[in-house]
Design a protein around this ligand. Structure first.
Ligand code: DMJ
Length: 476
């Protein structure tokens, strides 16, 4: 009898501990900011459906739409999908799955930007497949991948800027570093799921073509001719035009364990920190140097303007990679530097000269990078200050970018004049990183378990079996 009542007591204790844990979880889950971000996502999605359905982008001021090309590629829904899944908006996600399967064909006589469609459409389709394992979605991704491969048919293996989805014709032989070699992640995932190494091998060939052309101090420049393989300038940096090249060296090493990516990343990050990092007691910027001499003498050939100390707001992704790589000192200092810039205006300017301390291009396009890095740093260090940064960014975005129906970019961060455009990455990235920060404590989504492509489409590490990666990607 004694034993029985002891047992009942223990069970009651366990139940009440579980209830307390659940209550704690629910309490944390109720973070009003997470709820608010989700509601704003739904509000913007409803606006997209009402005013822009079937088209690429919502114009949030004129309540209209825009397509990137003469026909729509349906970029907003494809980009928005993985955020819906992360937010638990399954009904909306189902609608997109059905739409992609039933209503989208890639057989379009359109020249599309190889880089942009890879990160948004290929990345989005692959995420959709990973969430559903619906073979029809894999067929959509594979069909798109086959069309994309034509872009890489150049003497160097580097892709042309444009590829025609129907005819496979290409054009545009001058491309920047990010456009040249940010494909290993998506095309590696496509190889993994289709069992055909051609995709990964094609992407990797482009990366190797860049690496073979590095300077004696292991730096590469930011503009190349895909036919001759000649560098078209000697500016080395991690800024817009280069950014995802470095991101993908790191992430393809992380997801696929590719030893070549590891070597390229290890050598590159050493060189970047040695030569490109521009550190003072207060700040850490990653500026621009000559790839051969490491001198800060980069000049814009069109304007004659000194570029050495010019950064773009895209660069703020870099702290997330530094942090993943364990370099918290540099990651935190760089984030603090960017945070000061955000707070100087209340949003960040797209291009900023940190020597003159003035914007050279004052637009803010609802970009995610500073939020992405604060989220990574909050996750990795647990420091509340990074959560508070995201809180501030969200409050400023609401203040300056919220419109009657959705959110808009801003023409000038000094005047906060609005711009009639809501980029697709606002659905894919900005709202996702905000939501993930505000729900981090629930533990429902654990960043350690995922690798994001550069458009924030998440891929679960445990979906990739290492033996199958080797075979399907063609790694030795
Ligand atoms: C996104 O489309 C991608 O993250 C890309 O790599 C560069 N940045 C934009 C959003 O700012």
């Amino acid at each position: 009898m004694k034993k029985l009542s002891y047992l009942i007591g223990m069970i009651a204790l366990v139940i009440s501990a579980c209830q307390a844990k659940q209550a704690k979880k629910d309490e944390i889950k109720m973070n009003p900011l997470a709820e608010e971000v989700k509601m704003e996502f739904v509000r913007s999605w409803e606006a997209y459906k009402k005013y822009a359905w079937g088209h690429d982008v919502l114009l949030p001021l004129s309540k209209s739409y825009q397509n990137w090309y003469k026909e729509s590629l349906h970029i907003s829904p494809i980009d928005a999908y993985s955020t819906m899944k992360v937010m638990g908006l399954d009904e909306q996600a189902k609608e997109v799955e059905k739409y992609v399967i039933d209503s989208i064909s890639w057989d379009k006589d359109l020249f599309v930007k190889t880089f942009e469609v890879n990160i948004r459409i290929m990345g989005g389709l692959l995420a959709m497949y990973e969430y559903t394992y619906d073979p029809k979605l894999l067929l959509k991704a594979e069909d798109f991948g086959k069309r994309m491969l034509k872009a890489f048919d150049s003497p160097t293996g580097l892709p042309y800027y444009w590829v025609n989805l129907k005819t496979g014709e290409t054009k545009g032989s001058k491309i920047n570093l990010a456009e040249a070699a940010s494909y290993m992640l998506e095309l590696g995932i496509l190889s993994y799921y289709t069992g055909d190494p051609i995709y990964y091998q094609t992407a990797k060939k482009a990366n190797m073509a860049i690496w073979e052309r590095r300077s004696d101090i292991n730096l590469v420049a930011d503009l190349i001719d895909v036919e001759t393989g000649e560098w078209l300038n000697d500016h080395s940096h991690i800024c817009s035009g280069a950014d995802s090249y470095y991101e993908y060296l790191y992430k393809s090493m992380l997801l696929f364990g590719d030893k070549d990516s590891q070597k390229m990343w290890d050598e590159s990050i050493k060189a970047i920190n040695n030569y490109v990092a521009d550190e003072s007691e207060e700040t850490l910027w990653y500026g621009r140097v000559n790839m051969n001499t490491a001198k800060r003498d980069c000049i814009d050939p069109h304007t004659g303007r000194q570029l050495a100390k010019v950064v773009t707001l895209y660069d703020a992704f870099f702290q997330s990679i530094l942090a993943l790589n364990g370099d918290l000192r540099r990651a935190e200092k760089t984030q603090d530097t960017w945070n000061k810039l955000w707070n100087k205006y209340g949003l960040e300017p797209m291009i900023y000269d940190y020597q003159q301390e003035e914007p050279t291009y004052p637009v803010y396009d609802l970009n995610p990078e500073i939020i992405e890095s604060a989220y990574y740093l909050y996750h990795i260090t647990g420091k509340k200050k990074f959560y508070n940064m995201v809180d501030q960014y969200w409050s400023d975005i609401k203040k300056y970018c919220r419109t009657e129906i959705a959110f808009s970019s801003v023409e000038d961060v000094r005047t906060m004049e609005k711009k009639d455009y809501m980029p697709t990455f606002f659905f894919a990235e900005t709202l996702k990183y905000l939501y993930l920060t505000f729900t981090k404590e629930t533990g429902v989504f654990n960043l350690d378990d995922y690798v994001f492509n550069t458009e924030a489409h998440p891929f679960a590490k445990n979906s990739f079996d290492s033996a199958k990666v080797k075979t399907n990607l063609g790694l030795e």
